[in-house]
Ligand binder design. Sequence first.
Ligand SMILES: Nc1ncnc2c1ncn2[C@@H]1O[C@H](COP(=O)(O)OP(=O)(O)OP(=O)(O)O)[C@@H](O)[C@H]1O
Length: 375
Amino acid sequence: MHIDELKLTNYRNYEKLALSFSPQINVFIGENAQGKTNVMEAIYVLAMAKSHRTSNDRELIRWGADYGKIEGVVERKYGPFPLELVLSKKGKKAKVNHLEQHRLSDYIGQLNVVMFAPEDLHLIKGSPQVRRRFLDMEIGQVSRVYLHDLLSFQKVLRQRNSILRANQGRNGLQDVMFDVYTEQYIELAVQIMRKRFAFAELLQKWAEPIHAGISRGKEELRVIYEPLKGISPDQSAGEMAERLGSRLAELKSRELERGVTLAGPHRDDLTFLVNGHNVQTYGSQGQQRTAALSLKLAEIELLKQETGESPVLLLDDVLSELDDYRQSHLLNTIQGQVQTFVTTTNIGGINHETIRQAELYHVEAGKASAEKKDV
Ligand SMILES: Nc1ncnc2c1ncn2[C@@H]1O[C@H](COP(=O)(O)OP(=O)(O)OP(=O)(O)O)[C@@H](O)[C@H]1O
């Protein structure tokens, strides 16, 4: 799939912007703070209905404006169709083919994107929250059911936590609603864990050969999803529910002490092993970069397999962070196959022939102009 056109109205530092794109490589060049990342972010928001940089949608609306709008024309196998997202102080409205979608889970997934930004290089080293977000965003793009379960789970978790908070410091808790929420919580948690197990397995399947290729056969990457101890992928849903239920019962007095839920998918993590060692603890910077790059390339393959079409790749300021060898590996892999958007302050830092055929856009102070020229 690819994006043919993008229109922004009052989005970040763009009052108005209208661009059409090459189905291959599009490069945005400009000085710092001119609006390159803002275009990448707008494409990401058009796909995911939320930003990768902030959870506050108001930040996306141009200062002083009442609303912001992102419009796009997306081309898939079955033809082109428009997507529209309007952000206002009252919330957001999402349209596919001019029809408003009342549930965002029906909107997300029409356009699939893979974002690779410098912060993704911290996927391995960063906090578990970064890896959980990665899991949720990636699974959410291919499974509406997952998104729906995740939103319900987050709601029940908030409800359960608010009862715990209201009873914080007490010795015991007899509350029918608490028991009802706990039951719903366990049911949804099990659905989420099962999907995360399946996703980690697929990720491993695709990332392992890619990582082996980049490391010239020297390294074997393993991806391990780590939910609550005692829960494993071979268990039935009933067994998982029983394990989580008994752990919550054991933790009840501590939960009352702390006023929060202490076991469940909101505390899960992913572990990456290179040649059997945890790359987070023992990996060199180079191994961590190779692992992060392999995971991103695996994401492209995984989305292709799930949807039958290549997703759109967003490389925000990341090529300059990769050495020539990894840069070439990435660009050779996607060449001609995946519509790609690249931002850079210095095109000279990208040593690859694909960039010579790319469509160039110069970005200055919230204005982008297209220019085809030889680099
Ligand atoms: N809601 C907003 N309204 C108006 N301007 C905004 C808004 N949010 C951010 N900006 C402006 O957008 C600019 C930043 O743009 P962006 O993050 O796209 O930079 P960039 O070109 O990617 O730079 P770098 O190379 O440093 O990453 C800043 O000048 C910032 O003040």
